[in-house]
Design a binder for this molecule. Sequence first.
Ligand SMILES: Cc1cc2nc3c(=O)[nH]c(=O)nc-3n(C[C@H](O)[C@H](O)[C@H](O)COP(=O)(O)OP(=O)(O)OC[C@H]3O[C@@H](n4cnc5c(N)ncnc54)[C@H](O)[C@@H]3O)c2cc1C
Length: 435
Amino acid sequence: MTISHTESYYAASAVGMADYSQISGSENCDVCVVGGGFTGISTALNLAENGFDVVLLEANRIGWGASGRNGGQMGSGLNWSQAELEKEFGDESAHALWNLCELAKQEVIGRIDKHRIPCDFKHGVMAAAFTRKAEMKFREVESHLRKKYNHHSVRIVEREEIGELLGTDKYWAGMLDTSSGHLHPLNYAIGIAGAATQANVRIYEASPVNSYKREAGGYTVTTANGGVVSARIVVFACNAYIGNVSRKISRTIMPFVSCIVATEPLTENVARSINREDIAVFDSKFCLDYYRLSSDRRLLFGGVEKYIPVDSGNIARSVRPRILHLYPDLKNVKIDFAWGGKIAVTRNRLPSVGRIEGDIYYAQGFSGHGVALTNIVGKILAEKISGTAEQFDQFASIPHKSFPGGHYLRWPAHILTMLSLSMIDRINSRLGGIR
Ligand SMILES: Cc1cc2nc3c(=O)[nH]c(=O)nc-3n(C[C@H](O)[C@H](O)[C@H](O)COP(=O)(O)OP(=O)(O)OC[C@H]3O[C@@H](n4cnc5c(N)ncnc54)[C@H](O)[C@@H]3O)c2cc1C
């Protein structure tokens, strides 16, 4: 196998990584899944458990994309608040979507337990209010979740307590959800891929799909190295890395790069002083910062967004000031790893799930919320294909618009919007978060 994972803390601390061979020659199966991230693996695993014969084709390595590089935060709900969902889609759909998101977390935790996946799962995710306005919004959200959704694992953390928990005075307040959590994402991907193999999914790495064609009774999927898979049904789970395989699918997503660094291991005292309860944190900025500790007490800190490929030195230089803004005492701490990964966002920041051309399914655009959601979407795609799912319609009925400008010209407009929003973040930061 010549393809490696991107150099990251996760790749360096991966456990039990298997080498799957490249496809050669022809294969037949019920379902061909394209993409070996959480979405593809979860779909393949659930299908195999439902008795389907499945081939999974991954262009690089299992977990090579966003799934093996992300912040590891498994949050509750979607990118919209429940009140926003109720206003747009009505009470019933908002409740159904909330219930799906709750099932998503249970699916991840259930898989970790069932397959004994060593991915360092811990409970607790804090949303930290960077401005007074965000604090007010969190208070509303928390009260709404408790009253209308019976969600009592969420609570407001007042200014003094969040200061003690996170060792910084930069936040107005926080909203802590102990039903959420954080994990080592690459080890989770490796774990569910192992479970899929046990369930007889045939996984191939270094097998990029470059075309597909409709044939009598199904589809023929072809890889760049000459592999051919004949399948009744195809599932595309390529997310931001989809490239040109299907413009019909990729037109509703916009890829951008989010960057993360891992510091050298901190001493136990320092680690406790900046994150006493070992929870994951994300803040309320539009271009948000997200961070947590690894199991060997490194600070994993992410957030800077890039629109062109950048090297790890550049990433470390961009992220370090954001760490020091919160933790000036870490000025001499070394950064051991710096990497980026592509996130796919949709225009409305809700997942894009659907079916085209007969029996081609796709799921993508989790908009930075995929750790939990990909896993439930994989399960409901499998249920839909098995003919038992009503829940598929919850996600499939969310309307999605293409990005304006088509495949190439969508970029400039998106970058301008993102740059102006990050400018607002910077102004807020200079004003000390008084807005
Ligand atoms: C830096 C970063 C931080 C993030 N932090 C968080 C977080 O803290 N919490 C959260 O919930 N979400 C987070 N996300 C988002 C989350 O990681 C994604 O939503 C999720 O991993 C998407 O999974 P996926 O399987 O759909 O896509 P990916 O994991 O990107 O997998 C797609 C796979 O498809 C393969 N592929 C593409 N084209 C082809 C082809 N033609 N043939 C074969 N294979 C192909 C790719 O090689 C890739 O492995 C983050 C993402 C990034 C990049």
